[in-house]
Design a protein around this ligand. Structure first.
Ligand SMILES: [Zn+2]
Length: 283
């Protein structure tokens, strides 16, 4: 399941690299005049990586489900006469790596499609909204500050140059984290929603990246989250590469990291979230 988490992280990385290239081509002083072009590039990059995240999630969900229940589920990417072999092939194609294989025996099918249809208009609005917060608002604030500085320094003043660079760096960090979250949310939402609508699924656990923050470590320490009528939102944040791994039988095995976080939580013994944060960062 690490292959899935890493592949989703790589999609966020792919977006980050493309966005970094776009940003590298503009100077701090040109950003305000380039917002329209920047937004077009930003949206296109997110849209493409998010579509890949979607496809990867469906292939992953279908594979895990088949491995645990011996049955194939319908929905996007479903191919007739699927076998564990073909599901592994689909997953390997989506990750770009060969991670496993299986027999060619045709599996029985559940025709239900639990995957939510992509709400493109809603996704586009979220992308637009995030751009406004992470790019437009920052640029406007920066422009106001520059206007306030006007006349106080020459254009080649080292302090001014450093100030402009710092602005671009923070713009890049903020927008890359938020964009990467949108990319991975495409896949995360798909799995999280599919579980609720799939009678075969019993819940999920959180597979963290290699260095999760205290919040994600705590979420992972809880182990399996069994689904209920009101399963809480997954709760990702910028620069978070955690993924939801669906569970279809009580015989699931948690990754070693989740067991480790659970052990840390028991050792911690209790306290506030802030206390846990201190405990977690010290260990
Ligand atoms: Zn996380």
């Amino acid at each position: 399941m690490a292959a899935y988490q890493l592949a989703q992280e790589a999609l966020a990385g792919e977006f980050a690299a493309r966005w970094a290239e776009v940003l590298a081509a503009v100077e701090a002083r040109q950003v305000a005049a380039s917002l329209t072009e920047l937004e077009a590039e930003w949206s296109a990059a997110i849209r493409e990586s998010a579509a890949a995240s979607h496809a990867l999630s469906a292939a992953f969900y279908r594979l895990v489900r088949a491995l645990e229940t011996g049955r194939v589920i319908g929905g996007p990417g479903y191919r007739p006469n699927s076998s564990l072999g073909s599901l592994w092939a689909d997953f390997n194609q989506a990750t770009g790596k060969r991670t496993g294989s299986g027999p060619r025996e045709v599996l029985p099918v559940d025709t239900r499609n639990p995957f939510p249809a992509a709400d493109l208009a809603r996704e586009a609005r979220r992308v637009e909204e995030t751009f406004r917060q992470e790019v437009t608002a920052r640029v406007e604030k920066h422009e106001r500050e520059r206007a306030g500085r006007q006349g106080s320094a020459a254009l080649d003043d080292p302090e001014l140059i450093a100030w402009e660079r710092e602005f671009l760096d923070s713009l890049k960090t903020g927008s890359t984290g938020a964009g990467g979250m949108l990319v991975q949310d495409a896949g995360r939402t798909m799995i999280h929603t599919a579980l609720q609508d799939d009678p075969g699924a019993i819940g999920y656990y959180r597979k963290t990246d290699s260095s999760p923050c205290y919040f994600c470590a705590l979420m992972a320490a809880r182990g399996a989250v069994y689904k209920s009528k009101r399963t809480a939102a997954f709760g990702a944040h910028p620069h978070c590469h955690c993924q939801a791994v669906p569970i279809f039988s009580r015989r699931y095995r948690l990754p070693a990291e989740n067991e480790m976080f659970a052990r840390m939580w028991r050792e911690f013994g209790g306290g506030s979230l802030a206390d846990w944060r201190t405990h977690y960062t010290k260990t």
